[in-house]
Design a protein around this ligand. Structure first.
Ligand SMILES: Nc1ncnc2c1ncn2[C@@H]1O[C@H](COP(=O)(O)OP(=O)(O)OP(=O)(O)O)[C@@H](O)[C@H]1O
Length: 270
């Protein structure tokens, strides 16, 4: 099952004399919801994701997951990166088992690993060395390893960007489906607008210098999403317009960033 995430007035700078990288970010993400984050390069998307994962602590504000303030990484909050981060000297089955071993969930380890490999369609590769797998298959192994521990949250930092278009599309649909089936809360950072619209219940558009939430677009499309459909095209246009706005400088620098509620209101009123 998933957990809700609350981002509360989150601000960050890496050193006290540096400019702020993130400024007053606030957002509530419901348990089991899927939120995609897009924004210009350098706007602070990865920094934000690291804070959700407990890998970086904010200079001000806080992140709460399931009501608890995030202060360190937790096995229940799983992060997946562009590179799958597998151990090449272990085979597929052993890599998938790692998370379970680290968290001491070894009772039904064999069955759980087999279930996860079946889920990501790699049952026949259980004994294969990692080096024999394609990039997409390696990401599936990383996904199986993440899912094995029964995570509440999966944080994805451009996880499919190194893959070919066909594999990328399949994984977008599969990960989205699995997260929905298992009620896992998903936060995805991406540069790919179609990926954001394929996987997100909402898409957050960030502005930069400092990073702020400039707008939030609810994606009103049934799953599985198909970029070829006209309704998808209309959402793409709406999101592109918001992205263009986010790149434009803010008119009144001293004003606080709009909250997601303001942004949704703005959308509802056209
Ligand atoms: N460890 C660090 N120390 C100092 N500055 C950092 C550090 N990590 C990131 N930054 C700065 O913080 C800002 C945001 O970086 P971040 O990687 O979060 O952006 P991003 O939106 O994920 O970028 P991209 O889309 O290019 O991956 C950038 O200006 C970057 O140079």
């Amino acid at each position: 099952m998933g957990a809700p995430i609350q981002i509360e007035q989150l601000s960050h700078r890496f050193h006290t004399r540096d400019p702020w990288v993130l400024e007053a970010l606030s957002l509530e993400i419901a348990s089991g919801e899927s939120v995609a984050i897009i924004g210009e390069s350098g706007c602070g998307k990865s920094t934000l994701l690291h804070m959700l994962a407990g890998l970086t602590l904010p200079s001000a504000g806080q992140v709460r997951i399931g009501g608890r303030t995030v202060q360190r990484p937790d096995a229940a909050w799983n992060m997946m990166f562009q590179r799958p981060g597998l151990y090449p000297w272990l085979n597929v089955r052993q890599n998938v088992a790692l998370g379970l071993q680290f968290t001491g969930q070894t009772d039904s380890l064999k069955t759980r690993v087999a279930e996860m490999l079946a889920l990501v369609d790699l049952a026949d590769k259980a004994e294969a060395p990692i080096g024999d797998l394609s990039g997409g298959q390696q990401q599936r192994v990383a996904l199986a390893r993440s899912l094995a521990v029964g995570p509440e949250i999966i944080l994805l930092d451009e996880p499919f960007s190194a893959l070919d278009a066909f594999t990328r599309r399949n994984l977008q649909l599969e990960v989205s489906q699995i997260a929905r089936d298992q009620g896992i809360t998903l936060v995805l950072v991406t540069h790919d607008i179609d990926e954001a619209l394929t996987m997100g219940d909402r898409v957050v558009v960030m502005g930069r210098a400092p990073g702020t939430f400039r707008s939030v677009l609810p994606v009103d499309l049934p799953y599985p999403r198909n970029p070829m459909q006209p309704a998808f095209g209309r959402q793409r246009e709406a999101l592109m317009a918001r992205f263009r706005d986010s790149v434009a400088p803010q008119t009144t620098r001293d004003q606080p960033a709009p909250t997601p509620d303001h942004a949704q209101l703005e959308l509802a009123h056209g």
